[in-house]
Each structure stands twice: as C-alpha cells, then as structure tokens.
Design a protein around this ligand. Structure first.
Ligand code: GLA
Length: 677
C-alpha cells in the first residue's frame, strides 16, 4: 500500500480554491466552508496564484488572510494542499527584475502578463521564489492542516534569454566534453553547420537553426532538466523546513509532451495531473474519449508505479475549448471514478468557487456565480464526495497490477515531430499508441505505459509502437525481456536512430534489434492520405497505411504479406522466436482491427489477467486494483443508457454493501465491487 498523503490517508475530494480573489467579500469564506462541507469536500488546494496577495510589495509579507482561511478550513475538517506561488508572478517583481520574464525564439522578451511567463534560469526569479517558498514553509509546515505541497502549477514552456543560452552551453559541454563529439553526435558537418566555438551554440529557433535534429532534441532535454532543476530548488525550500510533507506538481497527461514527464515526475513524491476530457463531442464517442483519457491516467500512474492524484478536473465544463459542453447527468462522477479506477487516490477540481471576472469566469465550479447548493453540478459533486468517502477505506493506496505495457517515449515523440521524411504529411504516434491501448481497454486488462527509462521486468507483453529512437540502453532491456520469455510487438519505424537522431548503420545489427526481430529493413515507402496497402492474416483482410517497410527476414518467420504495389508478396508482418520469448513486427502502420487481432492472439497464449472474465458489453470498461487480499473491480458504463451484465462470481458492491453476481449499470453509471483473492 502506498500512502500519498500520510497525514490524511484518505481519498481526497476538493480542489483549487482562490480566496485571494474574494478578499473584498468578507462573508464569502464562511459561506464557502459551509458549502464545502455539504459537498463532502475534505481537501482544498490553496495559494496557487496568490503571490501578489502574499507579498504585495517586495519583502512585505501578508499571511494573515491565509492564516484565517487555513484555520477555518481545518476547524471544519478540511485539509490543505498548499501551493508554492511560482506559476504566476506579481507585477512589482517583473517591474523590478525584467529578466524574470521569458524571451521567445525571436529573442524578444515578453511583456508582463499571462502566467507561466518566467525564466527558469533567472537568478532573480529563483531567489524571489526561494524567499516566498521558505516563508510559506516556515509559517505552515507544522500546521496540522497541511498534508501536501503543490509545487507551482503545470510547469511548462521555455525561455531563450542569454542566461538560458549560457546554461545550455554548459549543459552541452558537460554532456559532450568536446566540440568534436558534439559535431559528430549532431551530424553538424551537414550544410557546413560545424560548430567551432562553444559560443556559437544557440537554442533552435524558427529564425535560425532548425535543421540539426540532434540540437532540437538536446534543447528539449535541456528544457526538461532546467525545469527539474528549478522545481528541485522549490522543493528543497519547502523540504528544508519539514522533509516529511510530500510534494507533488500537477502535470498535464500524455498529450502535453513538451517536458519529459517521466523524468520530471520521478523527482516528486506523488505524481498528480489535470484531466479535462472532451465529453460529449459529437465527433468522438464517449467511449473513445474515455479510452484516450484513461491512457493518460495510466501513464501518470506508471511514472512512479504508484497511485497518483487527480489534481484537477472540471465539475462540468471548461471555458477554453471551441465549444464548452456541459457534462451530462452522471458523467461527472463517472469521470472521477475512471481516474480512481486507473490508480488515482483523489478526485479534485478546478475550481471550487467560480471567479467573478477575468479569463476563467465561465469555467464551471462547485460553487457557481449563484453562490448556492441549488445546482445540478453541486448535487453531483456532493454525491461524488460521499461515494469517495465510502470507497476510501478499501481503495485508498491500493495497487494496480499490470502484466502488459505499452511504450510511449516522450523523447521519441520529440524526434518524430522533427523527422523530415518518410511522411511529412503526418505520422500519428499518439493515434498509434491509442490504437495499441484499445484492446486492453475493451477487454478489462490493466496496462502500464512505460518509457525507455522504465523497468521492463515483470511484464508478459510489451508493445513498442513506432519506437523510432532507441535510447537509454533500451536494446539490452528489450533483448533480455524477450530472451527471458517476454512477448514484444513493434510496428514500422522502430529502432531507426540513436539518442541524438543518428541513423543506425549496417543491415542486420544488434543496435536495431535485428537479432530479436529476425529481420531488417531495406526501404520505407510513404503512402499518401487515403492510400492503403493491406495484408491477410487469420483469413481476414487488414488495412495498412502511412508507411510500408520493405524488409528482409533473416530468420524471422513471415506471418503475412503485402497485397499491393511492387512489393506485393514480401513480408508485411513477422514473428521470431528469440531465447524463451517472441518478437512480432508489423512492417506498416496498422489500424485497431489488426492490432486487436494480433494482441488478442497473444492474450489467448499469455492469459493476461482480466478484471473480470465475463465479456464486457459494448461501451463498458473494467479495471482492477488490489488491496491486500481484496480485488476491487471498477465497472464503468460509457453509454448514455443502462446496461445489464453478468459477473464472473459473487462480489460485494462496496457502496451498497449488497452481494451480487449480476449488475445493472445506469447510463454513465458505474459500480465498484470487491471479492477476496
Ligand atoms: C489548468 C490550470 C488551472 C485552470 C484550468 C482550467 O489545469 O492548472 O489553473 O486554468 O486549467 O481548465
């Protein structure tokens, strides 16, 4: 059992609260606290954007209002997730130290405005953040209400100022040691871009260098490292006062990949993230939206292989999409339960009280502009809170076992974004990852999302779709995974370049894992939009698109052939027995149909653990967590209509405490059921 919040070991239900916006409305705090209690809120995230209220002038600190808020919350049984305010800086700070504002790729410094508009290198910014963080920690670390530090808010972005350029050069010197090494690693003799002096090194910019792909990837690595360095300085300020209060930072899921979250998240005690699925989009079914969101939940959990926290989700609607769609009745709780089902130990919101003005005034909140509990959203939130309280004893801290994993590597995504050829019209890495995930989602099989630096042992099946860049010794890890009996599936464009984007040389080489796959790639054909090739497998036809590899099988066995073009009849899918395991390779980009077929076959052989062995009706998902001797199964219905299904034994419904061997789930309904192992 992993405890994210030892001082309050319960499922957290609450969210971002911004009382600093309401200091001219003295009655509001007491009213809000009464409503929080009615809504079964037990934890509030405070101070995220409070810097101007906490330090209205340089070195003039004003904590009394926050003292009062924390004291009143705690007196009413509500705990606090206290933020460091570095996500947005006060006006005076930027006025006195203009260097704290970011510089863009064009070399121009931003004006004051927005949030996340600060340089992670600036000594002045770091110093002012250290001061305010230390003051906060000294004042509140021993406060019994404080259970977690919320470090900054959604770290992201980059700065191209001279201070950052200098740090980048130092980072490169340390990494490469000499310009010869760097020039080779980046292949910069190309177009005579050879570096002859360290001072010539500069971040990639649309106004300058974009053709050296190694530079681009290293810059992104540097930006992640800079952010981590900044974050660690923040963490050390709060931990220097009390090292025992855990720290988190709210990340943004798999699709926000500008930072390497695997690397950053491993520096935190607890990973948390902000989830805003686009429910009820007429172009995407809720089931598919749930699938794609669950993939992010799974990645967030897999970073540390321990429960994560859902730090934000909206009680109903966001305000930043092209259309702000309300969550239909029941969808709110279902969406929170989906996070819990995938390993979250909280259901927290942005925001508890709706702002009155400025950019987020139409983002929904637990307490709307009406200021009452007489809203559908409030009622649904209250019910969610009551249910989470009842689930907490069984679910909080429980583990999430998985026998299968999919590799999503952030640095690989960076590299794929930049490649020129074989298909600049688009190689949909995310789409392929989602399609690989589909089988597990539809069949109630737990799955982890790993990157190249993750631990691979303990899995039966690993899927490495379009893993173009092999880095971090992944070849050895995959080789021993397969040779020790694991099953590996890859697709086209896997194992093409090393960690600085240099192509592997030679025909069949160990660097490319040719021994493991029993094949090597001679050429890659790009397909236009709408153009397809196909293969026949198990008597069925499957489409292939985007790119087709023309390969040589050394000892690998051909499972299917291309059916079109001049390479018709050559291998389109292979298998190879290597050591005690098997490696499969799809030589093109498959649809879900082929992936589900080949993963399904492996599932039959490997007997992957299912959350429930009875078939899941369309639109229904299942996941399981384990707490000691108890298996906790989450059944979720992403259809708008009710579904009745059989269970594979007798379970107890944790909320109703009833024993059952069959169940009816409401439209957008769920059940959390348990049985003894
Ligand atoms: C993010 C931020 C919040 C808020 C919400 C709105 O997740 O962290 O401060 O802006 O988006 O959806």
């Amino acid at each position: 059992m992993t405890v994210s919040t030892p001082k309050f070991p319960h499922i957290l239900h609450g969210g971002d609260y911004n009382p600093e916006q309401w200091r001219d409305y003295p009655d509001i705090l007491d009213k809000d606290i009464e409503l929080f209690k009615k809504a079964n809120i037990n934890c509030v995230s405070l101070g995220i954007f409070s810097w101007a209220a906490l330090e209205p002038e340089k070195d003039k600190f004003c904590f009394e209002w926050l003292d009062e808020v924390i004291e009143k919350l705690y007196a009413n049984g509500i705990y606090v997730n206290l933020a460091t305010p570095s996500g947005a800086r006060p006006q005076w700070l930027a006025q006195e130290y203009p260097e704290v504002l970011r510089v863009g790729q064009n070399g121009i410094r931003n004006f004051f405005g927005h949030r996340h508009n600060h340089c992670y290198t600036s000594p002045a910014y770091r110093e002012r953040v250290r001061i305010i963080n230390t003051k906060l920690a000294e004042r509140y670390a021993s406060n019994p209400a404080i259970i977690l530090w919320h470090i900054s808010n959604e770290f992201g972005g980059e700065c191209h100022c001279e201070l950052c350029q200098e740090k980048f050069r130092e980072w490169l010197k340390e990494k490469y040691g000499s310009l010869d090494n760097l020039n080779h690693a980046w292949w910069s003799h190309f177009w005579s871009h050879t570096y002859t002096d360290w001072s010539q090194l500069h971040s990639p910019s649309y106004m300058g260098e974009t053709s050296i792909h190694g530079l681009d990837i290293d810059w992104r690595r540097f930006v992640t490292d800079r952010t981590i360095d900044f974050m660690k300085a923040e963490i050390s300020a709060v931990k220097s006062v009390d090292p025992d209060i855990p720290v988190t930072a709210n990340l943004m899921g798999i699709y926000a990949y500008e930072l390497n979250y695997f690397k950053l998240g491993r520096e935190l005690d607890v990973v948390s993230w902000d989830s805003y699925p686009d429910w009820h989009n007429p172009n995407v079914s809720d089931f598919i939206t749930a699938r794609n969101e669950s993939l992010s939940h799974d990645m967030m959990r897999s970073i540390k292989k321990q429960p994560f926290l859902l730090m934000e989700c909206t009680p109903s609607t966001t305000n930043w999409r092209s259309v702000s769609k309300l969550k239909k009745p029941n969808m709110h709780e279902l969406s929170v339960i989906n996070a819990i089902a995938h390993g979250s130990d909280s259901g927290m919101y942005f925001q508890l009280r709706q702002s009155r003005g400025s950019a987020e005034k139409f983002h929904s909140a637990v307490i709307s502009h009406t200021g009452t509990d007489n809203t559908r959203v409030f009622r649904e939130v209250s019910k969610t809170g009551a249910d989470l309280q009842n689930l907490s004893k069984t679910v909080y801290g429980s583990s999430f076992p998985a026998e299968a994993a999919i590799i999503f590597d952030t640095e690989n995504k960076w590299a794929l974004d930049k490649i020129q050829g074989p298909r600049n019209a688009g190689l949909d890495y995310f789409g392929l990852i989602q399609n690989c995930y589909d089988y597990f989602f539809r069949n109630g099989i737990n799955v982890d999302i790993l990157d190249c630096d993750s631990e691979f042992s303990g899995y039966k099946l690993i899927i490495a779709p379009m893993l173009y860049m092999f880095r971090g010794g992944i070849q050895e890890k995959l080789r021993s995974f397969v040779s020790e009996g694991g099953t590996l599936i890859s697709t086209a464009f896997t194992g093409v370049v090393n960690d600085t984007d240099l192509c592997f040389l030679g025909e069949a080489t160990k660097e490319k894992l040719s021994d493991v796959f029993g094949m090597w790639v001679e050429e890659i054909d790009g397909l236009h939009d709408g153009q397809k090739n196909s293969l026949n497998f198990n008597g069925k036809e499957f489409d292939l698109h985007d790119i087709c590899e023309i390969i040589h099988t050394a000892k690998g066995h051909q499972l299917a052939k291309y059916q079109c073009d001049y390479y018709k009849g050559t291998p389109a899918m292979t298998e190879n027995h290597f050591g005690k395991g098997w490696a499969f390779h799809i030589c093109s980009i498959p649809d879900t149909a082929l992936l589900n077929e080949i993963i399904g076959e492996r599932d039959v052989e490997l007997q992957l653990e299912r959350s429930i062995s009875t078939p899941l009706p369309d639109g229904v998902t299942a996941n399981y967590r384990v707490n000691g001797e108890r298996i906790i199964v989450f059944l979720q219905n992403f259809n708008s209509f009710p579904i009745t299904m059989e269970l594979d034994g007798v379970y107890t419904d944790i909320l109703s405490e009833k024993a059952m061997c069959g169940i009816t789930l409401d439209g957008y309904g769920f059940a959390v059921i348990e049985k003894k192992i």
